[in-house]
Design a protein around this ligand. Structure first.
Ligand SMILES: [Zn+2]
Length: 150
């Protein structure tokens, strides 16, 4: 089977990456936010369960953290990444199941983890600008809110 994508290929890089949860229910929303909200077409994707939660020093995600740091080092060297966008989403199953976090504590921990994740990324390269967002549901849609991480 072969398939020709109708999407035009543009080889120019954006020098930006996003670290977010791989949850398929929110993938299109993340794409929409990054491409239209932040005007970042063709950003590099670092998607795994929990997203930035894997960069916050949790023992349960030690291996994932090593892997993501390694990927970000690679993207910094090979793709010249100088901007990283972190996204946490409400009700993330990684927090509920892997970390065993109660629903009423989850959002506060996810926000605190954005600060911890930003710290880890700045250790990869001080030239990387990090910004962070928390996604919550509102009506039948999702709203992206910037989180202060400095
Ligand atoms: Zn998730």
């Amino acid at each position: 089977m072969t398939y020709r994508s109708p999407v035009e290929y543009n080889a120019e890089r954006m020098h930006a990456a996003a670290v977010y949860c791989s949850d398929g229910r929110v993938g299109e929303h993340f794409d929409d936010f990054l491409q239209n909200g932040l005007k970042l077409p063709r950003y590099d994707r670092v998607a795994l369960p929990g997203g930035p939660g894997c960069l916050a020093g949790h023992t349960e995600a030690r291996l994932e953290q090593e892997g993501v740091i390694d990927e970000l080092k690679f993207l910094t060297d090979a793709h010249g990444i100088d901007r990283v966008v972190l996204i946490q989403h409400q009700g993330c199953a990684f927090y509920a199941h892997r970390l065993g976090v109660e629903p009423d504590r989850m959002a506060a921990l996810q926000r605190a983890d954005l600060v911890r994740a930003a710290f880890q990324i700045r250790r990869v390269s001080s030239a990387i600008n990090v910004e962070a967002y928390f996604v919550g549901s509102e009506g039948d849609g999702l709203v992206f809110e910037q989180v202060t991480i400095d």
